[in-house]
Design a binder for this molecule. Sequence first.
Ligand SMILES: C[S@@+](CC[C@H](N)C(=O)[O-])C[C@H]1O[C@@H](n2cnc3c(N)ncnc32)[C@H](O)[C@@H]1O
Length: 312
Amino acid sequence: MNDLRANIGPLLDAGRPEEALRIIDAAVEESPRDLDLLTLRAVCLADLGQFEIALDVARALLSRDPDNAEARRLVTALEPTLAPPSFGPTNPLKRSYRSELPRDVLLRMQQALHHQQYRGVQMVKNPLDLMLYQRLVETVRPATIIEIGSKAGGSGLFFGDALVNLGIEGHVYSFDIVPVENVSHPNVTFTYGNGRHLDDVLDAGGIAALSRPLLVIEDADHSEETTGAVLAFFHQHLELGDWIVIEDGNLSDLHPEIYPEGNSGPHRALQAFFRNHADDYRIGAEYCDMYAYNGTSASNGFLERVTRPADA
Ligand SMILES: C[S@@+](CC[C@H](N)C(=O)[O-])C[C@H]1O[C@@H](n2cnc3c(N)ncnc32)[C@H](O)[C@@H]1O
């Protein structure tokens, strides 16, 4: 063992943990019950960045020998980093509307996201939300995405590409009162539509014919009127397992002097909506709270329909 340590030490010091691991693995094959060897393996795995396996090995070693200092050091260092995120409640009436993210960080991100592009087109999306949407689309596999608020078209392109990249046969309909004209994607239709008057552009027969699941993204003017109108309109049409995301409620956190305590337009609209429909939706806390409690622009805004329209 001492010989082995003498060989391994310089390799680890020289930043060659993969070579060290090969030597250790060969030795473990010879002596699979040697706890010193297994400890060395855990250290080496951690050096390599194979943190999950290193933690498993270190935990197993500690359960056999609580005095194994090296294994304890690894467990103490790795457990907090690898702990799975914890999520808040999914009941819409049991959640605070505040975000855990500090206001100065939110403001800094808000400034930057007005200057970001996707494939050369402005896309005004919170960077955390981009990953949340990627996961949502991958999990729900929506066959239809309806976006209210296209702006320059960057987010429409992003969702069109997400469908293609994930092998989903789907289509994005992106509505705006100022429709996008100079951006195109085979899976995206940019067209005129006012969130306050969606009846004018989407008739009941047309919506019933859309492929499901449906994902609706409300990202228009963030007024209570528009958000409330979009929620009321789609509540008539969302089916079990469909989703609606209400963006930018976190204006309450960004500008508490203007919208104190959940008083942004989207938050007010959500609270009014849940007075009648709290049982029809679940907050997707696995999205809202993935990076921090309400660590998203869509605070309390990822909603999954959990009833059929006929039950509501
Ligand atoms: C926040 S931007 C959309 C950003 C875009 N989704 C993105 O991520 O890049 C808001 C857009 O909503 C549009 N808008 C404002 N009021 C609207 C309404 N009542 N109905 C539909 N679109 C509206 C504006 O013209 C603007 O382009």
